[in-house]
Design a protein. Structure first.
Length: 405
């Protein structure tokens, strides 16, 4: 068994990504509008098991899933629901974690940590979100049988039932946070639109070249074989016609086109130590090297990856110049461009080479697992390299994961 010494002197096991899958990402109210999130999660879990027939499913020590909302059909531990719905042995446990937009990557990190410390040998980590099916909720009234109307909240996205003790500047909309970053870094509307167009171009080209063939597993009974939000026909002129979505006073730059859409989807990775790897009979895609999570002022949440990436690279003994691929979640073009402004030494060619969330979509709890899986597949296709998956997180956090091959 491969044992190595961490920087703090602890002995840890190598953690391998054996396989990674995801569904095509559906648009809000689109192809998956009739599909429950626990069924989406079960589908990617089952796909991993089916693609590794030498592995006895009973050897899976845990299933860890990220889920950002959890207010609807994904309640009561969607990871465990996925285990049962996928037909895995009832002895396989499951746990759901929530770090908002970073939940899927948090799941990968937690599962990898358990393997590295010897608490598990084989684990599945992933994430799921159905923003289409996120319910409306009503707070329990303070007294029985209230006479007046009650506030109903959508759980699809953003703040709700906010604690009044939170400073007002912390609880603005995500889009307003992107506008603040655009102001901070002098990022123009034109630059954001061009970034968005490039995301769509790269995603469409990757699909046309078959680069997602090893990664995407279509959901049965749903007519969706490609990410639903890719618009390769977009032009600078068509994007320029859209009105700002968050500021209407003439200063707005963030639109529906240069921000990620609302989406549904699921993703999952099969992780093992060396002993578990032997039981799969497969060659790993990549090895997990290091991770980091950081905090930042909530209104500047979009810049969360800046410090998280640097910390994760330092732990791995790498630098931005070493990266052969960087999957940065494109919550907003302004946010992504703000992060890039802090990384002048990064080669722009390594950023989201197969398109980003503006084109592919951002199903909150699933996105981190999608990014990690994409990095692993890209490293396997290249045969070697160092990759990074990173996301900004609402309420002011950043998360990052380094993979190597």
């Amino acid at each position: 068994m491969s044992i190595r010494t961490a920087r703090d002197g602890r002995t840890v096991r190598d953690v391998y990504v054996v396989d990674a899958v995801r569904t095509p990402i559906g648009k809000f109210g689109g192809a998956y509008a009739g599909v429950r999130p626990d069924d989406l999660a079960a589908h990617v879990v089952r796909a991993l098991v089916d693609r590794t027939p030498d592995l006895d499913p009973a050897r899976i020590d845990d299933v860890v899933f990220g889920d950002a909302n959890g207010a609807g059909e994904d309640n009561r531990d969607v990871a465990r629901m996925a285990v049962l719905l996928a037909g895995l042995p009832v002895s396989v446990p499951g746990v759901t974690v929530n770090r908002l937009c970073g939940s899927g990557l948090e799941a990968v990190i937690q599962a990898a940590r358990a393997i590295a410390l010897g608490d598990a040998s084989v684990a599945i980590a992933g994430g799921v979100e159905s923003m289409s099916r996120a319910p409306w909720v009503v707070q329990k009234p303070e007294r029985t049988f209230p006479a007046g109307h009650q506030q109903m909240w959508s759980t699809t996205l953003g703040w709700r039932m906010t604690n009044p003790r939170m400073p007002a500047e912390w609880t603005g909309s995500l889009g307003e946070g992107a506008e603040l970053i655009a102001e901070k870094h002098g990022i123009t509307r034109e630059a954001q639109d061009l970034f968005a167009l490039e995301s769509h171009r790269k995603a469409a080209a990757a699909w046309a070249a078959g680069q997602y063939g090893d990664e995407v597993v279509a959901y049965p009974g749903v007519d969706l074989v490609r990410d639903e939000c890719i618009r390769e026909g977009s032009t600078p002129e068509s994007l320029a016609r859209l009105k700002p979505a968050f500021r209407t006073d003439g200063t707005g730059t963030v639109t529906a086109a240069n921000a990620s859409p609302l989406n549904d989807g699921a993703a999952a990775l099969l992780l093992t130590d060396e002993e578990g790897l032997a039981a799969t009979g497969r060659e790993p895609l990549a090895r997990i090297s290091a991770s980091a999570v950081t905090g930042i002022e909530p209104q500047l949440f979009g810049l969360g990856p800046v410090d998280a990436v640097q910390r994760a690279l330092a732990k791995a003994g790498r630098s931005l110049a070493d990266l052969t691929t960087l999957e940065l979640n494109e919550a907003f073009a302004a946010q992504a461009l703000g992060c890039l402004a802090a990384w002048p030494e990064l080669d722009p060619a390594v950023l989201n080479p197969r398109g980003g969330a503006i084109a592919i979509g951002h199903p909150l709890g699933a996105s981190g697992a999608r990014l990690a899986g994409s990095v692993a597949h890209q490293l396997a296709a290249a045969g070697s390299g160092t990759g990074m998956a990173t996301l900004c997180i609402g309420v002011g956090q950043g998360i990052a994961l380094v993979l190597e091959r």
